[in-house]
Write a protein of this length. Structure first.
Length: 259
């Protein structure tokens, strides 16, 4: 386990370099306060966590919190604040992952106004180590609200890229490629509806991508299902939590998909 944690940290440290920014996504649907429950399953369909999503709006500032509590005691929580004025801009982001489900604990904070990203880790004696880095963040940095961006693009959009800060050291900037993948029906409240499916692909090209595949650290693509309409919503996410580990499916409570 210790050897794998070392390779995870070392690999991401050398591969997540800077990349050119893209155009920010314009605001199409103003986000409103909301509260929703989710459920997380393994690929075999076993429930492993219950989730709670909340969204608070003050003026043009939105704060989202997604919390997953696992049956094994693990904990995963993302808290994101962004502005929705013309386009979406990250304000601050905090991600915590801990417990036996996760290979490596995460306590990662981004303050977009100052450009400071901070990771907090504990050594074997419990001593907390703080690693911070100051960087010029691109306008399209999207930690914590990629799903919100997908609510604001048409289902037939051309593929586009946004930036993310990975929780390595004081943060490493990467790019993800987002592409529409068609539609899929799902069931909720006695209705059959259609969701647009998007693929999110972490871009690790060249020799880096080859090495990633050889040592088993190539992050898998993430699939996101978006219900369009007057009140669009992310209804399903399938992928790895944290970019590595087993693939899981997180869905809005009360929805069902073909398995």
């Amino acid at each position: 386990m210790k050897r794998r944690v070392f390779f995870v940290s070392a690999f991401f440290a050398i591969t997540f370099g800077a990349a050119a920014p893209a155009e920010p996504i314009p605001v199409k649907h103003i986000q409103r306060p909301m509260h929703r429950l989710m459920v997380t399953r393994t690929e075999a369909g076993k429930i492993i966590a219950s989730g709670e999503f909340s969204q608070v709006v003050q003026g043009d500032e939105v704060t989202m919190r997604l919390t997953n509590r696992f049956v094994d005691g693990s904990f995963d929580e993302e808290t994101t604040t962004y502005r929705q004025q013309g386009s979406f801009r990250l304000e601050r982001y905090h991600h915590i992952q801990k417990g036996p489900f996760f290979v490596k604990p995460v306590d990662f904070t981004v303050e977009a106004a100052t450009g400071i990203a901070t990771s907090r880790t504990a050594d074997k004696n419990g001593k907390i180590h703080v690693d911070s880095e100051h960087m010029a963040l691109p306008d399209d940095i999207a930690n914590g609200f990629v799903g919100t961006l997908l609510l604001n693009v048409p289902h037939n959009t051309t593929p586009f890229r946004v930036g993310l800060l990975a929780p390595v050291g004081g943060g490493r900037l990467i790019r993800i490629l987002i592409s529409p993948e068609g539609e899929q029906p799902f069931h909720t409240a006695g209705q059959t509806l259609k969701a647009t499916v998007f693929r999110i692909h972490p871009e690790l090209g060249g020799i880096v991508g080859v090495i990633a595949r050889l040592i088993g650290l190539q992050p898998k693509d993430v699939m996101v299902w978006v219900l369009e309409g007057d009140v669009p919503a992310v209804v399903r996410i399938v992928g790895q939590l944290g970019g590595y580990g087993p693939v899981v499916s997180s869905e809005l409570e009360g929805t069902s998909f073909g398995r």
